[in-house]
Write a protein that binds this ligand. Structure first.
Ligand code: ADP
Ligand code: ASP
Ligand code: MG
Length: 408
């Protein structure tokens, strides 16, 4: 007997038939003698639908109220799945995040999990029930409802698996594993049998939305065996594991394991700022004080005492950052401030890259051959990222996928 946490994403619970299909899948595991905790997302499209309604009410919807609103989606699916299981003769009970309770900090819309009380779940499992938990939500110390950010149900699942010391955490979604790149953009993409936590962390943080980045951080920290599978198609999926497990198998570590991309990117520039100590801090300090996250940063070589500063961030935060930047520009006497939210970021990831030169030049040559202009470049030991105009995204990813023979 094993304790398994299974998470089903939006498409997998998208309508009544799909929820009944989930009940069938869960029932199979119960029949095999396992204890099962299920974590669910809202029906696909529901979180977006609720967000649009909020925007009709308020220009910048109040974050506390947003969390009250968005968590309703998951409350619907957990109740429906419990009913479906009960109807099939499998005792089940649903819990919202605050009933568990799953305690988080207070940053509404991107809260971090602080504590999970496993007692109630273990008690119900002990009574032979399937425990069905609403993903993506928690409660802060004041008793306010919080959410964990888009895609946060993945994180709920892994965090519950860690708290309950589960034998495996299975993420069921609409693809049958982690691929060399998004199979919707490159149909020739190949499914990976295994990926290391480090690579998955990079892929997720660079835009591969198959897993929320926090979920991979949790899995890596608490060594939770994590598997991505299809809810509709049978198969072993992709195991996310340590580099050591890789070495134990016959598999050779590939040079490049995948290509990730993010459409949610905006570029901000402040031109003609004084080239002297403290300026970077004066520009970026107020932005981070507003709790806005910055990604890539470039400061140009100074000419005649002034310099230019460019950085990227999430599109959703860019307008607010632009306002802040404009007031900084006035204060510093900068020449101009601009914002471009028609850019995307494409990244190549691979642990094997550490010991190989020439990856970057092949990448740049491939983009040049396709007449794709690179606006920014960033690198780490196991990744290279470029910023390009959004219209070039598909061509860039497809040509890089072919150039690095990821389809072979
Ligand atoms: P869910 O609703 O189940 O959480 P998501 O839409 O969040 O599902 O994540 C699954 C999607 O992630 C896939 O449909 C696919 O388009 C996308 N995706 C992006 N990169 C990858 C990748 N490298 N491998 C597999 N899927 C990917
Ligand atoms: N329903 C939330 C979202 O759409 C959380 C999730 O599905 O993981 O982002
Ligand atoms: Mg998701």
């Amino acid at each position: 007997m094993a304790l398994i946490v299974q998470k089903f994403g939006g498409t997998s619970v998208g309508n009544v038939e799909r929820i009944q299909n989930v009940a069938k899948k869960v029932a199979q595991f119960v029949d095999e003698g396992h204890q099962v905790v299920v974590v669910l997302s809202a029906m696909s499209g529901e979180t977006n639908r609720l967000t649009m309604m909020a925007k009709e009410m308020q220009t910048r919807p109040c974050k506390r109220e947003m969390d009250v609103l968005l968590t309703t989606g998951e409350q619907v699916t957990i109740a429906l799945l419990s009913m479906a299981l009960q109807q099939k003769g499998y005792p089940a009970i649903s819990y919202t995040g605050w009933q568990i309770p799953l305690t988080t900090d207070s940053s509404h819309s991107k809260a971090r999990i602080e504590k999970i009380d496993g007692d109630k779940m273990l008690d119900q499992l002990g009574q032979g029930k399937v425990v069905v938990v609403a993903g993506f939500q928690g409660i802060n110390i004041k008793g306010d409802i919080t959410t964990l950010g888009r895609g946060g149900s993945d994180t709920t699942a892994v965090a519950l698996a860690a708290a309950l010391n589960a034998d495996e955490c299975q993420i069921y979604t609409d693809v049958d594993g982690v691929y060399t790149t998004d199979p919707r953009v490159v149909p020739e993409a190949k499914r990976l049998d295994m990926v290391t936590y480090d690579e998955m962390l990079e892929l997720a943080s660079l835009g591969a939305k198959v897993l929320q980045i926090r979920s991979v951080e949790f899995a890596s920290k608490y060594k939770v065996p994590l598997r991505v599978l299809s809810s509709l198609k049978e198969g072993g999926g992709t195991l996310i594991t340590t580099e050591d497990n890789f070495k134990d198998t016959e598999m050779e570590q590939p040079l490049i394991s995948g290509i990730a991309f993010s459409r949610d990117e905006a570029k901000l520039m402040i031109l003609g700022v004084p080239d002297k100590p403290g300026v970077a801090y004066q520009i970026l300090g107020p932005i981070s004080d507003a709790n806005l996250e910055i990604d890539m940063i470039i400061q140009n070589q100074g000419i005649e005492g002034t310099t230019d500063f460019t950085f990227t961030m999430s599109r959703a935060d860019a307008e607010m950052a632009l306002e802040i930047l404009q007031s900084t520009a006035n204060h510093l006497g900068a020449r101009e401030v601009t914002m471009d939210d028609t850019i995307v970021k494409i990244s190549m990831v691979g642990v094997g890259m550490k010991s190989h030169a020439g990856i970057a030049s092949t990448m740049f040559k491939t983009l040049a051959d396709n007449e794709i202009n690179i606006q920014m470049i960033g690198t780490t030991e196991i990744k290279i990222s470029v910023v390009v105009e959004e219209g070039h995204l598909d061509l860039a990813v497809q040509s890089l996928h072919t150039a690095f023979e990821l389809d072979k």
